[in-house]
Design a protein around this ligand. Structure first.
Ligand code: KE4
Length: 437
């Protein structure tokens, strides 16, 4: 774990004081581990507000933001139609515990956007979505084994917190204490992008495998696209052996295309998990898919799943405003152009500075890997120079660009990041790369 560098300037004084205060009552001073900046050698900044592509910390420093709340804010911070929709909904009450029409409106938008999703259930987090989809897959197949890829992260469900990515890898604890072996015994691990390993898993356990769960584009080991034919190969294996294919699109859903990654790669899963963008920055996630499967969930069927605040009006309002803007605007075209400008600029700046960098990108998901060889799976991702990344991170922060604080996280470009933002980011990167030599 990287030693925490002393905060030497007044630039971060308020954040430092706030973090020391937070640590007294909040675990690690944060409500999600990656926010503690454990792997980038400094304490975190505290954010006061965000607007468009930028956030401002409580010391008044403003940053071009590529965290985007780890994905939800595809339209940028405080996007006015989203804010207006949430305010309007809030004026009518925040939660009822009874059906409200915004739930149906957002469900209809999801079903319209994602053909494989015929019926959907809203939950409050990606973790809930993947946990519920797996329960459903086990019930529907009568089998118990789940196959996941090393380095893919599907939330902190006990059975999936094995060789997970994101914070679990960042913190160097790919498998968490407190998870009994009896639970992970039903979790099979294979490398991402390795179809032969997946074939072997089925050859050994075909009758036990209920489902494969996968990030169609891995975003929690950094951003790693699927190899040509990989996703279709998974689809074929599931069809051959009577298992279900679950796409965990919590990060990729509505991020890389309005039809999600499954539209980009033209591969149809049986179940899809959504989160982040679908809630427009409020707590909202979902799982959905084939009607014959989803109708097995209570109260239509026996598979139990419930949630006090599932489908709450505020999150529904934010989701409706977000998906409507994505459906009716030219957001994806703009994102493609600005994200390509960012990726190309980072590559060129690193090359000019003699820094080994592999920049991976799918749509507005971008990840510079500090390594000299291509990254196609978790084993290769963990060969990156995380100390060099930490130095780069600190330099960029001081230059007014805030990045996800880990080599194993994906950067997110929003529709609010215009060309001047990207140019300023590349200028800051040039200085940061030069400081690494
Ligand atoms: P949540 O339970 O955090 O809403 O979603 C879990 C999840 C599930 N599936 C995928 C593909 C995900 O990326 C996530 C959560 N992503 C991380 C970022 N790498 C959330 C950030 C955090 O843990 O604070």
């Amino acid at each position: 774990m990287t030693e925490v560098a002393p905060i030497s300037t007044a630039r971060y004084a308020q954040s430092q004081a706030a973090f020391e205060r937070a640590r007294r009552t909040l675990v690690g001073g944060v409500n999600s581990p990656v926010r503690a900046y454990k792997s980038v050698g400094r304490d975190p900044i505290h954010i006061a507000s965000g607007t468009g592509p930028r956030v401002t910390d409580i010391d008044g420093n403003t940053y071009i933001d590529y965290v985007a709340s780890y994905g939800p804010l595809i339209l940028g911070h405080a996007y006015p139609p989203v804010i207006d929709a949430v305010i309007e909904a809030a004026r009518g009450g925040t939660s009822f515990g009874m059906p409200s029409e915004r739930e149906t409106q957002l469900a209809e938008l999801v079903v319209e956007a994602v053909p494989s999703v015929e019926v959907v259930r809203f939950v409050n987090s990606g973790t809930e979505a993947t946990m519920s989809a797996i329960r459903l897959a086990r019930a529907a197949t009568g089998r118990s084994a789940i196959v996941k890829c090393t380095g893919c992260y599907h939330g902190h469900n006990d059975g999936l917190l094995v060789q997970a990515g994101s914070g679990a890898t960042t913190l160097g604890t790919p498998s968490s204490p407190g998870v009994p072996a009896s639970i992970t015994d039903s979790t099979l691990l294979v490398p991402f992008n390795d179809l032969n390993a997946m074939r072997d898993a089925f050859a050994q356990h075909a009758q036990q495998i209920a489902a494969i769960i996968i990030e169609p584009i891995a975003g929690n080991m950094g951003c790693v696209p699927p190899a040509e034919g990989y996703l279709q190969g998974l689809r074929d294996l599931c069809d051959e052996h009577g298992a279900l294919l679950i796409f965990d699109e919590v990060m990729t859903g509505f991020r890389v295309a309005f039809g999600c990654a499954q539209a980009l790669y033209n591969v149809t899963p049986d179940l899809t998990c959504l989160g982040k963008v679908v809630g427009g920055g409020l707590p909202c996630a979902a799982y959905g898919g084939r009607e014959d499967l989803m109708r097995q969930v209570a109260p239509d069927g026996p598979v139990y799943q419930a949630g006090t605040l599932s489908g709450n009006p505020l999150a529904m309002a934010a989701g409706i405003a977000t998906l409507t803007a994505l459906r009716d605007g030219d957001v994806y075209g703009r994102l493609e152009a600005s994200s390509a400008q960012l990726a190309d600029g980072l590559s060129q700046a690193a090359a000019d500075a003699g820094v080994a960098l592999q920049v991976s990108r799918v749509g507005s998901m971008v990840c510079p890997f500090f390594t000299d060889s291509p990254v196609t799976n978790y084993a290769q991702a963990t060969q990156c120079d995380t100390e060099l990344f930490a130095s780069f991170f600190r330099s960029m922060l001081d230059a007014g660009v805030v990045l996800p604080p880990s080599q194993y996280e994906t950067w997110f470009v929003s529709a609010a990041h215009d060309s001047s933002c990207i140019d300023a980011t590349i200028d800051a990167a040039r200085i940061a790369f030069a400081s690494l030599r």
